[in-house]
Design a protein around this ligand. Sequence first.
Ligand code: ZN
Length: 182
Amino acid sequence: MADTAHLLAALDFAAHKHRGQRRKGTGDTPYVNHVIGVAHTLATVGGITDMVTLVAAVLHDTLEDTETTAAELEDRFGTDVCHLVQEVSDDKSLPKQERKRLQVEHGPHLSDRAKCLKLADKTCNVRDVIQSQPVGWSLERRMDYLDWTEKSAVGCRGVNAALEEHYDRVLRRGRETLETAT
Ligand code: ZN
């Protein structure tokens, strides 16, 4: 399949699988906006043109947050994309705190593609938590979330300097915004 058609097929698939899901924030944003934002960040900030990374970015939350199976991803998008999505997905059978701890621990062992994807994901999540406060989250919880993304980003460094600098900027501005809110 031609690259553009492949990417559009992934967008169509993700929009279908995440239909009805909304982001945690106040804006009632459709979930699929998030995965589009991550792919967009990888392409425009990271300068990434690798189709496996971009297609996997669009699909990166389908295993974790929808009923999609790995077999389905492999069948439609190939082994490399499927493996990359698996690499960035948490094991949902584990408790949340354990999953967060493992993300920090696993960072350095991820493939270069997965490191870039994780960094772009964290960047978009930080921006979301700042711009549109998740319902019921205290200021402290938002600050803790930023701290945790910083820890999990450590292991994802050393691959794409532009993505790292962008993450650092978004994090710094996010902290400033939260500090002025205190
Ligand atoms: Zn995500």
